[in-house]
Design a protein around this ligand. Structure first.
Ligand code: PEP
Ligand code: MG
Length: 883
């Protein structure tokens, strides 16, 4: 077996595709060598050795020793130096490198091969005794720390003492003799701490380092990192052994890092930093301030010391050439590490650079525009979920975050304002010109107006599909939900955490993208829907198959949805339309009525409001499909509950408080989500559905006239169990349609369909499809009912489920493919078996989740529907799913 692959001098045994075998670093070093770029020669011990090591009681394959010797031989031949030689010693670096970059593992040992003899050879060969001993003391510290387990503070203390004794503050002020003494002190420390002398045989050093890399694959930090990031243990790590090049050999030597484009803006300009006369870790350690690579960046950054461009112009020119070659070769922005040794450039690393969403977008569009990528490839390059960062205001990355509490990142974006603890307080404060954050234990439909005027919403209970989360996402407002460490006293108007009390008027900032609640007003940056954004969206639209609609009910939402490219409304939740001041009165009147006649009277008052709502939606959507769902939530949600509210409503309506109290008590349910809601309302009180149907049809006629575009409303029945309950409601809707046609003399074109959101409805989808003209999968309720997990109370126990790996993720965020997914598939198959052309969509929160959208593509849905602010994410995710 080949356990060791070499690289250097314009060729390599490996290449980029062998990432699994060579790890990311090894594969890229091989690739760069093959491209003829200046890479110090070296070899990679493969990940298969790591696997062998752990499969065989931490022992190596028998051929490894000989192959490693051959690897050393290869480096010696190219460099003309000899490992352990007293005159012309070869020094190497030893680095780990797994397939995925993995912090937590042993990283790097530099200058390996130095001992009491070779250090003199290095001093002579470099004409620089100080440099040689500086390298030696760094090596002893690094090696002792990672291989011999001696804490690096032990060495730093000695260094500090030495400087103090000499009366200097900088390492660079120590001369060669000081460093010789320092090395002696370091070696004495190693002997004292480990009971053995610092290893002098370079081969012992090398095997010690190789062993440390493999051992670090199983250290606690690496195991935790793998668990958190889903990296399999079986991958193993490779070890890279490479000839040292020195950036600390004087004023024509340097070391640096660079990105071929700006990683935060995507701007196509070389971006990076370097230090003259330094080794790699000095740039990262921040001991000295690095200089920009280019003159332009130096001037912009107003930095005094010269750029690399000015200081070493030939090196700079070559570096530009190399970085452009690498970018062309990998067809992506590169993250580079380099060293200059006495005027000669060496490349130490190249990999695709990490970047912000904004940069990802710009880079993808730029690379497709100059022909490097196809448009499809550009579409695939951008993570849809990351678009969230671009659509909402976000916290300025430079701002300080004083975290008070952390909840769920329920609706992205950042918001700041004064705390208020009720919707009324929110409305009053906003009327007085203030900006507020509405904090509630949890929200209910009564809070809609308060939520609407607030900058953001904070709750201490509730999960990712709690009322607050769903409504906030719909409104595009930031929301942190389920921040359980905050103790809320709504009556007293206080929010307490760790002894600190926040009161109404105290300013907080919430970050709905991370779930953080922050003290005080934190600086934010505004979204920018620039040309690149529109361009990428257009390309995504060219390749996707599924339609993308929005869940929207207010004109604002509908307009936002259009702006974000929605192709219709997939769910209009009509209950949200009844909380306005005047409407809620009529609504309550309806609920308090003792008989049908009373209800009809109250409903007649609601009709004009409802019709006007629908006219507005139809007009904004200009002929695009609009799916309107009949009333869904339990009626008690519309009644006042606190004594204060009851008293107010009683006075305003002229209804005895007792009557209100009794009716609320009558409507009280133990499991409202499984209670008197959905089509059950229309079955008990058909007049409600009839009023809504009439409003829809009359609005359709009116909007068709005002816009000149045909309006084909889709009337949707919620929570059906099977065909009988669906048919019952459909018959009422059809009857109203006939009445309206007769009254107006107009012909109505409309469809009646249903939500599929109960397991039984999936099972009975074939018979339901006999009469239903479309299905919309309500995966919020379907998840809740299939898993038996209350969507409003899930946060308390879903966390442990996910933490203990009993569920891979929150099933209210990403569809549970195994269970809920099977139900959807069944519904699709059975529905189509009866009505092959039936229109199929999804309007649960999963309709805006990229992984769930991929599932929707797999089962062949016609469209997804999601909150307006997720429409761009859904467009991109649907495009990627189709590719
Ligand atoms: C659903 O259940 O998935 C749905 C869209 O309806 P709601 O969230 O309004 O219950
Ligand atoms: Mg539902």
């Amino acid at each position: 077996t080949k356990w060791v692959l070499t690289f250097g001098d314009g060729r390599a045994e490996g290449r980029a595709e062998l990432r699994e075998l060579l790890g990311g670093k090894g594969a890229n070093l091989a690739e760069m060598a093959n491209l003829g770029l200046p890479v110090p020669p070296g070899f990679t011990i493969t990940t298969e050795v790591c696997t062998h090591y752990y499969d065989n009681g931490r022992s190596y394959p028998s051929e490894l020793a000989a192959q490693t010797e051959a690897g050393l031989e290869h480096i010696q031949k190219i460099t003309g130096r000899v490992f352990g030689d007293a005159e012309n010693p070869l020094l190497v670096s030893v680095r780990s490198g797994s397939r995925a970059s993995m912090p937590g593992m042993m990283d790097t040992i530099l200058n390996l091969g130095l001992n009491d003899v070779t250090v003199e050879g290095l001093a002579k060969g470099s004409d620089n005794r100080r440099f040689a001993y500086d390298s030696y003391r760094r090596f002893i510290q690094m090696y002792s720390n990672v291989v011999l387990d001696v804490d690096h503070h032990q060495f730093e203390d000695i260094l500090e003492m030495t400087k103090e004794r000499k009366g200097v503050s900088e390492d660079t002020e120590l001369d060669a003799d000081d460093l010789v003494k320092l090395v002696e002190a370091y070696k004495a420390k190693v002997l004292k701490e480990t009971g053995a002398s610092f290893p002098q045989d370079p081969r012992d050093q090398l095997w010690g380092a190789i062993g440390a890399v493999f051992a670090s694959w199983m250290n606690a930090r690496a195991i935790t990192y793998r668990r958190l990031n889903g990296i399999p243990e079986s991958w193993g790590t490779a070890v890279n052994v490479q000839a040292m090049v020195f950036g600390n050999m004087g004023d024509t030597s340097a070391t640096g890092v660079a990105f071929t484009r700006n990683p935060s803006t995507g701007e196509n300009r070389l971006y990076g930093e370097f230090l003259i006369n330094a080794q790699g870790e000095d740039v990262v350690a921040g001991i000295r301030t690095p200089q920009p690579l280019t003159e332009a960046a130096r001037i912009e950054g107003d930095v005094n010391a010269p750029s690399l461009e000015k200081r070493l112009p030939e090196v700079f020119e070559e570096f530009v050439r190399v970085s452009q070659a690498l970018e062309r070769h990998y067809r992506d922005m590169q993250d580079l590490e380099f060293t200059v040794e006495r005027g000669k450039l060496w490349m130490l690393q190249a990999r695709n650079g990490k970047r912000t969403a904004k940069a990802a977008l710009k880079i993808a569009v730029d690379l497709a525009s100059d022909g490097t990528l196809t448009r499809e490839e550009a579409v695939e390059r951008v993570d849809p979920a990351a678009l969230d960062q671009l659509l909402h205001p976000t916290i300025d990355p430079k701002a300080e975050r004083k975290i008070i509490a952390t909840g769920l990142p329920a609706s992205p974006g950042a918001a700041r304002g004064e705390l208020v603890f009720s919707s009324e307080a929110a409305e009053a404060a906003v009327a007085a010109g203030k900006k507020v954050i509405l904090a509630r234990t949890e929200t209910s439909p009564e809070d809609i107006n308060g939520m609407h005027v607030s900058e953001g919403i904070l709750t201490t209970r509730g999960g990712m599909t709690s009322h607050a989360a769903v409504v906030a996402r719909g409104m595009g407002k930031p929301c942190v939900s389920g921040a359980g460490m905050l103790r809320m006293d709504e009556k007293a108007g206080t929010l307490t955490v760790a002894g600190r009390v926040f009161r109404e008027g105290d300013v907080v900032t919430i970050d709905g993208s991370t779930g953080q609640v922050l003290d005080g007003p934190v600086a934010m940056i505004q979204p920018e829907l620039s040309g690149d954004f529109a361009t990428l969206m257009r390309w995504a639209d060219e390749v996707r198959r599924m339609g993308v609609r929005a869940n929207a009910e207010t004109p604002d939402d509908a307009r936002a949805a259009r702006r974000f490219g929605a192709e219709g409304i997939g769910l209009c939740r009509t209950e949200h339309m009844f909380f306005d001041d005047k409407r809620i009165v009529a609504m309550r009147e309806m609920i308090l009525s003792d008989d049908e006649a009373g209800r009809r009277k109250a409903l007649a008052k609601l009709l004009p409001y409802q019709r006007a709502d629908f006219v507005a939606l139809f007009e904004i959507m200009k002929g695009l499909p609009v799916t309107i769902r009949l009333l869904d939530p339990p009626l008690h949600e519309f009644l006042p509950h606190t004594e204060k509210d009851i008293a107010e409503v009683s006075a305003a309506m002229g209804v005895p408080a007792d009557k209100l109290r009794n009716r609320a008590a009558e409507l009280h349910e133990f499991n409202p989500m499984l209670g008197f809601r959905g089509c059950r309302l229309a079955i008990a009180y058909p007049e409600i559905a009839e009023m809504q149907a009439r409003a829809i049809f009359e609005a359709a006629i009116e909007a068709a006239k005002s816009t000149g575009a045909a309006v084909t409303p889709e009337v949707m029945v919620p929570l059906v169990m099977g065909r009988p309950d669906f048919d019952f409601v459909k018959a009422r809707i059809d009857a109203v349609a006939q009445e309206v046609e007769k009254e107006t003399g107009e012909k109505l074109v409309y469809q009646v369909g249903t939500m599929i959101e109960l397991p039984r409805a999936c099972i009975k989808a074939d018979s339901i499809a006999e009469t239903a003209e479309f299905f919309s999968f309500g995966t919020n309720d379907l998840t809740q009912t299939a898993l038996g997990i209350s969507r409003d109370d899930a946060s308390a126990f879903l966390g442990p489920y996910v933490a203990k790996k009993l569920l891979p993720y929150d099933p209210f965020v990403t569809i549970d493919r195994d269970g809920v997914g099977d139900l959807v598939r069944l519904g699709v198959e059975r529905g189509r078996s009866v009505r092959p052309k039936i229109k199929l969509g999804i309007c649960g929160e999963h309709g805006g989740d990229p992984d769930s959208i991929a599932f929707c593509e797999e089962v062949g849905l016609d469209y997804v529907s999601c909150s307006p602010f997720r429409v761009p994410i859904a467009r991109l995710a649907a495009a990627q799913a189709a590719l």
